[in-house]
Write a protein that binds this ligand. Structure first.
Ligand SMILES: [Zn+2]
Length: 131
């Protein structure tokens, strides 16, 4: 039995082409998209790879609408995320509003973008030092 097909609109959750445990949430494409990684009965859902396209009104609430929509599709699931240092304030706010249930990592996790000054405050010029 595929629970997701019974309780959600299958048109907005597409199988991930390379990862059988992930589904792509496409409702907000091209403005934003993310993956969900559900457990066997969709009672626990990790939200992953949450991206708001910078060309489309970043900071205008699209990310909030996307996570609110996921919560609406899975109102009884425990929804959680791992956070980069730069995205933790956003996710803390989303938890306060009840759109997610927990933040997985409670430790510092700098992102891979070495130009990100929140995650990499010591790399003010965005370049790696060469010895
Ligand atoms: Zn960062």
């Amino acid at each position: 039995m595929n629970i997701i097909k019974e309780i959600t609109n299958p048109e907005v959750f597409k199988p991930h082409p390379n990862c059988t445990n992930k589904e792509i949430f496409v409702q907000f494409i091209p403005e934003a998209r993310c993956f969900i990684i559900p457990n066997h009965d969709y009672s626990e859902i990790e939200v992953d790879n949450f991206i708001v396209n910078s060309k489309f009104n970043r900071g205008k609430g699209i990310g909030t609408k996307m996570i609110a929509a996921i919560k609406a599709y899975f109102p009884n699931a425990h929804i959680w995320v791992d956070t980069w240092n730069h995205s933790r304030p956003f996710w803390t706010k989303m938890m306060e509003r009840g759109y997610i249930d927990s933040i997985g990592n409670d430790y510092s996790w700098p992102c891979f973008d070495t130009n990100c000054r929140i995650c990499h405050p010591n790399r003010a010029n965005g370049r790696r030092r060469i010895r």
